[in-house]
Design a protein around this ligand. Structure first.
Ligand SMILES: [Cu+2]
Length: 268
């Protein structure tokens, strides 16, 4: 029995480590400025945790086998444990955990606490059950007023987020169900949620941030390659959560300007 458990534990360890090492299910290609830093941090965390995981599981299998029940085994003795060892591994775990957090915090803090560069593209993201809407402030650079009483989700776009068309600043606001972004320009994001907490997750940009009702959360990032990128809601937000899906289209500055001008024209 001891030997069977040893083999089982080591086999589970081997296969679970193999799928990570072989990158069988891995992140898509990173297409944002911060992606390489986030991937480095991600890889470092995985390697360190992988070493701890493999060592602990190998030791577990070995000890299960070593202390198996044998005919000659005496009565069981209870051990108090080893206080020095307990203090040591608790301290090491704390150092590892806090250290990795400190190392990774600078990339996140840069996207969160430092303001976006001058000349960045302002986009407001609104999450609602179960869709994403993207608002561009237009030529005046100002988002117009919204009013919850004017919200009509079934009408989509401007009406869905309750844009108050009587507000002068709202006249040139463009609202779309697909996010268009120009390549290599920083995006100044404002995240809002209508009903419950949603999470704006673009795996290709390594970007994830909760959208919380009552808060306007500012973040910024820079897409570096043109193409289509999937948006997922990463917060279980209700029955339709699975279909709360969207697309980011990263295009050239020229195509972006053309698209925005076309949307402005459609509004008139
Ligand atoms: Cu959601």
């Amino acid at each position: 029995m001891g030997l069977a458990l040893l083999v089982l534990i080591w086999l589970i360890t081997f296969f679970s480590t193999y799928f990570f090492a072989a990158k069988t299910w891995w992140l898509p290609h990173g297409a944002a400025a911060a992606a390489q830093w986030i991937d480095k941090q991600f890889a470092l965390t995985f390697v360190l945790m992988g070493i701890v995981f493999v060592a602990a599981q190998l030791a577990l299998g070995y000890l299960v086998w070593k202390y198996r029940e044998r005919p000659a085994s005496g009565p069981v003795q209870y051990s108090h444990g080893n206080t020095t060892l307990e203090v040591l591994w608790t301290a090491l775990t704390a150092i590892l955990f806090i250290g990795l957090n400190l190392m990774g915090s600078s990339v996140w803090a840069h996207e969160r606490f430092e303001p976006a560069q001058a000349g960045s593209v302002p986009v407001e993201v609104t999450g609602m059950q179960f869709a994403w809407y993207f608002r561009y402030p237009g030529a005046d650079g100002k988002y117009g007023a919204t009013n919850p009483k004017l919200m009509d989700p079934s009408a989509g776009n401007e009406a869905a987020i309750g844009l108050d068309t009587s507000d002068a600043a709202a006249k040139d606001d463009v609202v779309a169900g697909t996010m268009y972004l120009p390549v290599n320009r920083e995006v100044d994001l404002t995240l809002r949620a209508v009903d419950v907490i949603h999470s704006f997750f673009v795996p290709g940009f390594r970007f994830k941030q909760d959208a919380v009702p009552g808060l306007a959360i500012h973040m910024h990032f820079t897409p570096t390659e043109t193409g289509d990128y999937e948006i997922a809601c990463a917060e279980l937000c209700g029955l339709g959560h699975y279909k709360m899906h969207g697309m980011v289209k990263v295009v050239s500055q020229e195509d972006f300007d053309k698209w925005l001008a076309q949307r402005e024209a459609e509004k008139q």
